[in-house]
Design a protein around this ligand. Structure first.
Ligand SMILES: *Cc1c(COP(=O)(O)O)cnc(C)c1O
Length: 238
């Protein structure tokens, strides 16, 4: 087994154990492989292992890597069944980078202002497409740069759902940068409560079912608190 395959297996075993503790089916949790620190060979290997949900946090690198992987998949097409990559934008997105992002990504996790949502909606309209988005919320209580304040989330969610070229599929949050597991857990709990509140208010439709939280340091806690999408990079690549 290669190093990468071995690390993925370790992460998957941990995911399975966390799901068992939380009495959740394993299929209720999907791992997005965050490629931002990986070399292209490592990314190819991950794809060869069958993982097709990949995440990047910068548009420039996203374009480069997506091009390279496209070429790789075309090259491989003769010998293996075709695979389609689902790219996730997980990092802060500037409004002037929305168009190139939409050309590659089918999901954007980091929508945290009305203006950004409007820009994505406009661009998607021009491209005659509809894009899945998550509302990023700052649940950590610390002054993080990105993420809408919890108090603004319900109103923002309502506004997002009025935009015809957006599909609000859930919430995203990042835990505070701390070793204090209680603080990490309470920020995930807060996100889940908000998610449930939006759900019960029937603001968004049936597609509103994703809770994107949990990275290499904290994905097991995130699973216990209800995460459906994990964003994992360094546990695999470094
Ligand atoms: C880099 C990144 C991740 C993955 O973090 P790791 O600690 O490497 O697993 C997840 N989410 C976002 C928004 C990131 O920028």
């Amino acid at each position: 087994m290669t190093v990468i395959a071995d690390r993925i297996k370790q992460v998957q075993d941990n995911i399975a154990r966390a799901c068992a503790r939380a009495k959740r089916p394993e299929q209720s949790v999907k791992m997005i492989v965050v490629t931002k620190t990986a070399c292209i060979e490592a990314i190819r290997e991950v794809i060869d292992l069958g993982f097709t949900d990949l995440g990047e946090n910068r548009v420039q690198q996203l374009k480069q890597v997506a091009d390279d992987i496209d070429a790789y998949l075309r090259e491989r097409a003769g010998t293996q069944p075709p695979q389609k990559i689902c790219w996730h934008m997980i990092g802060h997105l500037q409004r002037n980078k929305v168009k190139p992002t939409l050309q590659i990504c089918s999901v954007i996790h980091s929508v945290d202002t009305l203006r950004l949502a409007e820009e994505i909606n406009n661009c998607a309209h021009k491209m005659a497409t509809r894009v899945d988005v998550l509302l990023q919320v700052n649940c950590s209580g610390e002054t993080q740069k990105y993420g809408a304040p919890v108090g603004a989330a319900i109103h923002l969610a309502e506004q997002f759902t009025t935009m015809p070229n957006l599909r609000l599929i859930g919430l995203m949050t990042m835990a505070p940068l701390t070793m204090d597991k209680n603080r990490v857990r309470s920020s995930f709990t807060r996100a889940r409560e908000l998610f449930e509140e939006i759900h019960s208010l029937r603001i968004a439709g049936a597609k509103f079912k994703e809770l994107s939280m949990g990275m290499s340091q904290d994905y097991e806690i995130a699973i216990e608190e209800g995460a459906t999408l994990l964003r994992i990079g360094s546990a695999i690549f470094s």
